[in-house]
Design a protein around this ligand. Structure first.
Ligand SMILES: *Cc1c(COP(=O)(O)O)cnc(C)c1O
Length: 292
């Protein structure tokens, strides 16, 4: 399945982060598409391939009003010639978010359901129809992890690979595909998400693989942020030209910079930060917050 040109991904050194004997690179998977960016494409690709192969006509998936997964699914389905339905958590807002408007613009049909029904995965009857494939929220599942496992980087060079973790699908895929002596480090963007390691473990092929997660860089919780984070994102951009989003990649880069400062990585480490995109989410910040 090649809706998206994965050759656009580059591996760039981040001189701003290189100190204490640590060499840091970033894998720019955000380059491949403005909204089907980074891990969202990788997590979706095998679901879409499966749907087409099985002759399904419609994809149904789930997310919040600012979900990168919702808008990425909408855009990818349009390209793949599949209809898309998004089940959105919470009552319909009086003013739709940029993300929802975009998803609708890509032809996705949106259904708003109460937070309670959402939690209990109660899908409106009218969208239970034959010929549909349900993709879990965030693309969580073996197919999502398998797709994330195809994120391509030089496995001979990097001994630590860092990613942001929401559902943990990408992290699991990276662990499944890593070289034996490499470490995958996940930065959790949710607060008190003690269940994350279990969710990751559930998708591992080798259940004995180590799961390394940092839980202290959530900035108050999912999609929460403060001046410190925004200031860091602007500084990173000024020094390195790397744009980040405040929900995932900003927290990831902040965490790695902080961990380098704390000498978490031993001298001689070659660290790869996977930039997973998500930049569309910045549209919900007040204008002028970010310099990019
Ligand atoms: C969705 C997303 C993640 C989280 O991926 P999971 O597989 O759910 O852990 C990380 N970074 C970005 C930019 C994302 O959009």
């Amino acid at each position: 399945m090649q809706l998206i040109n994965e050759d656009l991904i580059t591996t760039d050194i981040v001189p701003y982060f290189c100190r204490h004997g640590v060499t840091v690179y970033t894998l720019r998977t955000d380059n491949i598409h403005p909204v089907i960016s980074g891990n969202k494409w990788f997590k979706l690709k095998y679901y879409l391939e499966y749907a087409l192969h099985q002759g399904k006509k419609t994809i149904i998936t789930f997310g919040g009003a600012y979900s990168n997964h919702i808008v990425a699914t909408a855009a990818a389905c349009k390209q793949a010639g599949l209809a898309a339905i998004g089940v959105i958590r919470g009552e319909e807002p009086s003013q739709w978010s940029h993300t929802l408007c975009d998803a609708k613009g890509h032809g996705m049909k949106l259904y708003f359901i109460s937070r309670n029904d959402y939690k209990n995965k109660i899908i409106p009857d009218e969208i239970h129809q034959p010929g549909t494939l349900i993709i879990p929220e965030g693309g969580y599942g073996p197919l999502g992890a398998a797709g994330a496992g195809t994120i391509n980087y030089d496995k001979e060079v990097f001994n630590t690979i860092c990613c942001a973790a929401g559902t943990g699908t990408m992290m699991a895929g990276l662990i499944n595909a890593k070289k034996a002596d490499a470490r995958i480090l996940g930065i959790s963007v949710l607060k008190n998400n003690a269940g994350l390691a279990n969710e990751v473990q559930h998708l591992l092929i080798d259940k004995n693989d180590e799961i390394n997660i940092c839980h202290q860089y959530h900035f108050g919780g999912y999609a929460k942020h403060n001046c410190d984070l925004i200031h860091f994102m602007n500084t990173l951009y000024r020094h390195s030209g790397i744009p980040t989003d405040f929900v995932y990649s900003g927290k990831l880069f902040y965490a790695i910079n902080d961990l380098i400062e704390q000498k978490y990585f031993t001298a001689g480490s070659r660290v790869l930060i996977i930039h997973c995109g998500g930049l569309q989410g910045n549209a919900s910040l007040p204008k002028g917050t970010l310099i990019f």
